[in-house]
Design a protein. Structure first.
Length: 222
């Protein structure tokens, strides 16, 4: 089937196409005006989550996980960056979008009080539920998922199903439009790996969430 063949080629791009990330400022608002290049989206995901995996304690994982800060070593220099999902920016109409730092800090403080619950977690789902139960205003679904992923990286957990939100849901819709996903499955909150087409099943749930969002424009063209 031609559509499956095209999908398989796009999956390969997830592991082979270079990913370039531009940051005008670092996590502390200092100007850096720098491009960062990674071997692939898959490689960036691992490099970014390695920071959280190697943090010294759970409190630092909670604080950095909620405020979206992470460090990478690049060209022999360490940079502290903020994940794009939680950055503030001006849209084309001059409106400020994204998540304000005060919201991120408030969420971090609130979640710190649930450190004991997080220490007792035995799965990503446990972590996700605890983070979601601590939600503050304007800390949306994507931020909840991202924080849960970062904290889970420290705790040694990964999601076992694909969470659909924002761009990830759009990618799933494009697969559905091509008949590669069951009707209305893109409208669910999560997808099981067994529900996605065979070429995509080589990705784990964490990678697949990242793939559906990052390559949604390619999926639209299948």
């Amino acid at each position: 089937m031609e559509a499956l063949s095209k999908l398989e080629s796009i999956v390969e791009l997830y592991f082979s196409k270079k990913y370039k990330l531009f940051k005008s400022k670092d996590a502390n608002g200092e100007d850096i005006e720098k491009w960062f290049e990674f071997q692939s989206r898959a490689q960036f995901l691992e490099a970014y989550l390695d920071y959280y995996r190697n943090l010294p304690n759970l409190k630092s994982a909670i604080v950095n996980g909620c405020t979206a800060k992470f460090k990478i070593l690049y060209d022999g220099q360490e940079y502290e960056l903020k994940h794009t999902h939680q950055e503030e920016f001006e849209d084309e109409n001059g409106n400020v979008r994204g998540v304000n730092n005060s919201v991120l800090s408030t969420m971090a403080i609130k979640l710190t009080f649930k450190a004991n619950q997080l220490e007792a977690a035995v799965s990503f789902d446990d972590v996700y539920k605890i983070v979601k139960s601590s939600k503050v205003a304007r800390f949306g679904e994507l931020s909840i998922y991202d924080a849960a992923v970062r904290i889970s990286a420290y705790l040694g957990f990964k999601p076992d199903k694909v969470f659909l939100h924002a761009g990830t849901q759009k990618g799933a819709e494009y697969l559905e439009d091509k008949g590669l996903l069951a009707e209305d499955s893109s409208q669910e909150k999560t997808l099981q790996i067994s529900e996605v087409p065979e070429p995509v099943q080589k990705l784990d749930a964490l990678q697949l969430e990242n793939f559906l969002c990052s390559f949604k424009d390619d999926l639209k063209k299948i």
